[in-house]
Write a protein that binds this ligand. Structure first.
Ligand SMILES: [Zn+2]
Length: 312
């Protein structure tokens, strides 16, 4: 949800302290025919669906160990090899397991804005103390796109879209129109408080992306975080992001000092349904959105033109 690929490397080191043979707990749910999702005990969800002669996976788990455990579940549910891994964005909890899939021969697909970061992550040497971590062949190529990419076989169409910068500068979502299923990454989550602190987060863009997602014909949502299935996360994340922007604009207009944000979030006009006002992530989000809004306003302000020199 929130860490960079560089942080993923650090996390890989931290995970090496775990017992070598520990198997992460991964709960699997069948979403609809040919589509599954896993909720590992830690980190982001992983989805997969049948595509061509194999499987396409959406996100890779937070660690190589989780990726290994998810691969086992994919084998159990489909008996087919993983051909493609779509990384919804470059946060560590979504790409941390990508090396395991790439080493097994899967193609790695992401948005062009994060392709360099993902390629660097794949090429980095694995943690020698983590038996699940893998060396990726030096010939491995990261595939990326600008706006959309469709994967089509005789029975299923998968539509990958970049809806503009949102949760990060390189989010993609995967939509299966035939199954009315959306893999939303962290653009829509089934959790009360999305993460808005990424340096490349674009709150306004995120709001617009969610307006577009809300128009999809949808029966199943596989969000980056939270329960798999309920589609409520699209509307709920949209409502949260909109309100966070509104609160940030009020704080800027009223010139509220940062040390008073917590108190101001408890007032009726600044409450968000379902979010405790003392939620630390919520407070951090508002601080971040105030910063983004100030930067946006600064860029949007017309530049003062120098007065023309008087001649004569
Ligand atoms: Zn994220």
């Amino acid at each position: 949800m929130k860490k960079s690929v560089l942080a993923a490397l650090a996390m890989g080191c931290a995970m090496s302290a775990l017992p070598a043979r520990s198997q992460p707990l991964v709960e699997v749910e069948k979403v609809t025919e040919g589509v599954w999702a896993a909720r590992p005990q830690t980190g982001a969800n992983v989805g997969w669906f049948l595509s061509g002669d194999g499987v396409t996976v959406v996100d890779s788990g937070t660690t190589p160990a989780i990726a290994r455990a998810v691969m086992g579940k994919i084998e159990e549910t489909t008996k087919k090899p993983v051909r493609v891994v779509v990384l919804t964005h470059a946060h560590a909890d979504h790409v941390g397991g990508a090396r395991v899939f790439a080493a097994a021969g899967a193609r790695i697909v992401c948005h062009e804005n994060v392709a360099t970061a993902v390629a660097a992550f794949l090429r980095a040497a694995p943690d020698p103390k983590d038996p699940a971590d893998q060396n990726v062949p030096s010939t491995a190529v990261v595939e990326c796109f600008s706006d959309r990419l469709f994967l089509v076989d005789s029975t299923r169409q998968a539509q990958l879209y970049f809806l503009g910068a949102a949760h990060t500068g390189g989010d993609i979502i995967v939509y299966l129109p035939g199954e009315k299923t959306l893999f939303s990454g962290d653009v829509a989550v089934n959790a009360p408080v999305p993460y808005m602190e990424s340096a490349d987060c674009d709150p306004e863009g995120w709001d617009q992306a969610l307006v577009r997602l809300a128009r999809l014909s949808l029966e199943h949502l596989v969000p980056g975080h939270g329960p798999v299935g309920p589609i409520a996360g699209v509307q709920a994340t949209g409502a949260y992001v909109q309100k966070a922007i509104k609160i940030a604009r009020i704080f800027i207009a009223d010139d509220v000092p940062e040390n008073l944000y917590r108190a101001r979030l408890t007032t009726a006009e600044n409450r968000i349904e379902g979010v405790a006002p003392d939620n630390e992530q919520h407070l951090a989000n508002i601080k971040a959105v105030v910063k983004f809004e100030r930067e946006r306003m600064k860029k949007a302000a017309p530049e003062k033109k120098a007065a023309p020199e008087k001649k004569g």
